[in-house]
Design a protein around this ligand. Structure first.
Ligand SMILES: *[C@@H]1O[C@H](CO)[C@@H](O)[C@H](O)[C@H]1NC(C)=O
Ligand SMILES: *[C@@H]1O[C@H](CO)[C@@H](O)[C@H](O)[C@H]1NC(C)=O
Length: 452
């Protein structure tokens, strides 16, 4: 019982942890040696990842429907769908409130997206920062990051992804309607303390692209001209999707992104993407896809079981699980943080069950490596900074994504030295576990590479 709960309650810990440590043929990857805390990861020898692209394709057939359809395809001509409110007039739009740190619900396609923001007119000369969280998390764990950025003169918007945190968790019954269009009115309203977004009966297919579109629409609606995207875990993939414009038919953000900062980048919407590792043999691929299939059928796709687990999970169980995600500083796990994971599990209803099942079992989208292949020019020229917690068991540095980025930095793969990485002795949620160190690295990068 306890095992099943922790399987769910630690954000995808088991499957992500597994994901990042596929068994490899010996010698296929270089060793990474890192010299203690906060060192840059230079000592990567040889070339990390074999570019077995045809092989990726071959093993990818069952994982990757690259033509995956999102539920709603946006008509590029339909600009009127969003009421565009330039950030410079945001201050008028939100109506003379003295507080610059404010919480809102932003109406997106008929859903309510929770937003924690800091916006000041004085900060308009700096790029605006958008923060995207990881699975089962919310804006709350960005508390120190929002504070640090705002004190350094940035306007910051942290969003709760649709279906998570305090945002709407649409019920996706078969009878549900398609995603709604925004009417263009009432697109922003202040959130009351503890208020959660209204759930609707809508068919939503969760994907990295859907979240990428959400971020893109947010930037479009508020006419952000210079943006820095920051993400953790799955949120990193959301940032890659939005920054490259892969999410959208008519992307707004991709020409306006000035930098990308990823904190322990994930491999995909779920761990199915590990099977794209070109070093896996056919046998391993078959074995692991069988295993994933079985786990999905028995546990992650079993809504009856998930509903039960969400009902019985307690704050104590969550606190234990969270402390294991803060291995170097477990005392940072306070009531506010526990509550931010606990409440969404209790208030989501069937929509909350559905989002968990979908995130585990849906098409995983591209890996970071695939984004770099597909959008090479764009991602080679964009300042990209990675801050990696070396005590992370969810997305360890020695996993495919960590190895890829270390190799990229150490061996100048972008050809322009636009990618940088710094390591911090912390876990998966490093910016909340070791805020000073992590933010020092973030600001150093912002000041050297972005705001020059
Ligand atoms: C889902 O889980 C429940 C409870 O553990 C179990 O009774 C049911 O058979 C499972 N359904 C499927 C399709 O595996
Ligand atoms: C990085 O690669 C580019 C292109 O290959 C090269 O011109 C540049 O000198 C390299 N920089 C370093 C420091 O190796």
């Amino acid at each position: 019982m306890r095992f099943l709960i922790s399987l769910f309650s630690v954000p995808v810990l088991c499957s992500w942890g597994f994901s990042a440590r596929p068994s490899r043929r010996p010698g296929a990857h270089p060793l990474i040696r890192v010299g203690g805390e906060s060192t840059t990861c230079r000592r990567v020898h040889g070339c990390g990842r074999r570019r077995g692209r045809s092989r990726v394709r071959r093993i990818g057939w069952r994982l990757q429907s690259s033509t995956s359809e999102t539920v709603e395809v946006r008509d590029p001509a339909d600009e009127s769908r969003l009421t565009v409110t330039p950030l410079s007039t945001w201050f008028a739009a939100v109506g003379g409130q003295a507080e610059q740190r404010q919480q809102f619900f932003w109406s997106w396609r008929g859903h309510e997206i929770f937003l924690d923001s800091f916006a000041s007119q004085e900060n308009l000369d700096k790029p605006t920062v958008i923060l995207a969280h990881g699975f089962a998390a919310s804006t709350v764990y960005w508390r120190e990051t929002i504070k640090a950025l705002s004190e350094d003169g940035y306007n910051v918007f942290a969003l709760d992804l649709l279906g998570q945190g305090r945002s709407s968790k649409p019920y996706s019954n078969d009878g549900g309607g398609p995603l709604l269009s925004d009417t263009g009115t009432g697109s922003l309203r202040p959130a009351l303390p503890s208020e959660v977004g209204k759930n609707t009966e809508t068919n939503v297919e969760y994907s990295i692209s859907l979240y990428g579109e959400m971020v893109d629409d947010f930037a479009r609606q508020f006419k952000l001209e210079e943006v820095v995207l920051m993400g953790n875990s799955i949120g990193s993939l959301v940032c890659l999707s939005a920054a490259t414009g892969d999410c959208c038919i008519d992307p707004y953000l991709s020409s306006r992104v000035r930098g990308l900062c990823l904190f322990n980048c994930g491999i995909g919407l779920n761990s199915m993407n590990v099977l794209k590792n070109p070093d896996f043999s056919r046998f391993q691929v078959a074995l692991f896809s069988g295993l994933f299939g079985a786990l999905n059928a028995l546990i992650f796709g079993n809504r009856t079981l998930l509903r039960y687990l969400l009902n019985v999970v307690t704050e104590d169980l969550l606190r234990d699980a969270l402390r294991s995600l803060y291995p170097r500083n477990p005392d940072r796990v306070d009531e506010q943080l526990v509550e931010s994971f606990y409440r969404p599990a209790k208030t989501g209803g069937d929509g909350g069950v559905d989002v968990v099942a979908q995130i585990y079992t849906n098409e995983a989208g591209y890996t970071p490596m695939e984004y770099h292949d597909r959008y090479k020019d764009l991602l080679d020229s964009l300042p990209l900074h990675l801050i990696w917690g070396t005590a992370d068991v969810v997305t360890p540095l020695t996993g495919d994504v960590g190895v890829f980025y270390c190799d990229r930095v150490a061996n100048n793969r972008s050809g322009k030295q636009t990618t940088s990485i710094e390591l911090v002795d912390a876990g998966h949620l490093l910016f909340d576990e070791k805020p000073e160190e992590v933010h020092a690295s973030m600001f150093k990068w912002l000041n050297r590479k972005v705001v020059t």
